[in-house]
Design a protein around this ligand. Structure first.
Ligand code: GMZ
Ligand code: MG
Ligand code: ZN
Length: 188
């Protein structure tokens, strides 16, 4: 069996791209300054990059799963074009109060539930204790904690940071862009 590897779990909206609210069009997908370079550095540091994103817009009927896939393919290629290969992409299309029957359910993958993280752990052989979660919301921190992710980083590039979300995090950074140097300096 391969050696377990450390991962950076990445939230999407508000962490990787500007959260304009249920982003589903390529024209509205705007990478946050410095995040692609940061991803490149994190890969060079040996981390897997694993996207974990709630996409309740699918259950809410704001966009289809196919539209999400098209945008995701474009995002994946845009990153690959800059030398960043994502190691995994996990998304939750559900919401308990959706309008699309197929996706209207309580599930174990919608953050704050840890389902996406646990699937990635199994599929990619991730060592959770040495891994990081980077996200902009309390639910990102809670999901990571429930999955046993060792380091929970809250960023200020998305939803407003609250005392509750701050308390659930191990550290608060301005942006994902600051994570490589934060780790390199030995912070956790
Ligand atoms: O930040 P990630 O997990 O990558 O994706 C979040 C999005 O799916 C949307 O999730 C919504 O939350 P609800 O799903 O409606 O609670 C809101 O936060 C929107 O602003 C946001 O665009
Ligand atoms: Mg987010
Ligand atoms: Zn789900």
């Amino acid at each position: 069996m391969a050696q377990p590897v450390s991962a950076i779990f990445l939230d999407r909206d508000g962490t990787l791209n500007v959260d304009h609210g249920y982003v589903h069009e390529i024209d509205d997908f705007q990478f946050i300054d410095g995040v692609i370079d940061a991803c490149l550095k994190l890969k060079e540091m040996g981390f897997l990059l694993v996207l974990v994103t709630n996409q309740s817009g699918i259950a809410r009927g704001k966009f289809t799963e196919d539209q999400f896939m098209t945008l995701t393919e474009w995002m994946d290629w845009s990153l690959a074009d800059r030398g960043v290969d994502l190691d995994g992409i996990y998304f939750c299309p559900h919401h308990p109060e959706g309008s699309i029957k197929e996706f209207t359910q309580v599930c174990d993958c919608r953050k704050p539930q840890p389902g996406m993280f646990l699937t990635a752990k199994e599929e990619l052989g991730i060592d959770m204790a040495s891994s990081y979660m980077v996200g902009d919301k309390l639910e990102d921190m809670q999901a990571a904690a429930a999955a046993g992710v060792g380091h929970k980083i809250l960023v200020r590039t998305g939803k407003p940071v609250t005392s509750v979300s701050e308390n659930a995090a191990d550290a608060v950074l301005e942006s994902l862009a600051a994570l490589p140097s934060f780790i390199a300096k030995g912070h956790k």
